[in-house]
Design a protein. Sequence first.
Length: 278
Amino acid sequence: MRSGIAGAAAATFAANRAQGAVRFGVHLKDGVSRRGDLHESGSLRVRFPSPEDDGLSAMFVNTAGGIAGGDRFEIAITAGEGARLTLTTAAAEKVYRAPGAAARLDIALKIANGAHLSWLPQETILFDRARIVRSFDIDLADSASLLLCEIVVFGRAAMGETMRHGEFVDRWRMRRGGRLVFAETIRLDGEIGEKLARRAIAGGGCAIGTALIVPGDEALIARIREASEGFGGEVGISAWNGFAMARFCAQDAARLRADMMAVLGRASIVPLPRLWLN
């Protein structure tokens, strides 16, 4: 009897999981970046709020109101030769407690020669016992450029909430000209709050971030380091294999966001999305 009730509850839970997908391409026409065919499904949507001079801006909206255990989302974007695209989110994405399977988010970005893509979502906030597995697969042509940033916040400090347990897996793979130039997987699970307190991991910080900049060299690193006196958290910057990376760790999300904006302001060839400035 109990097994039947448990099975029915599991089936109901699975049937109510959010799923969403967005796929589209951007191409250059008469010197202006234009959107091509767009596919949307489930609770994931993308909107194009305003035209730019020669680029295109897009904003993701999750109508499910957040991400919960067992949810599945897929994003696939292609920037054609010479096109320019900036992507952000309507608000910070919240990942809620997952009693069962982890949520999954798979992102594929393909950028052709002479094209530029800026991936600049607002923060991802993980609630206690949240579980999420995220992957980035990035395919860059030799002369493509990329600015990609991600901020992850463990708990809502302003609400007196901390993340003590859960799972966060973040897999990044980047190819340039068909050659793998960057591969990294971060895994935090179990007693996440305890692990973040360790000096070798986050030193008590509750917000981490990464900015990936292609192309990037020592000249860019020097330009970013000129702003280092104003950083409120820890920021590490390096360049290799033709790209640069900045890593962030801070005691609160607002401090890290300010540091990220300072870095992006010196690294980006396009202005930050307006939603970042509110």
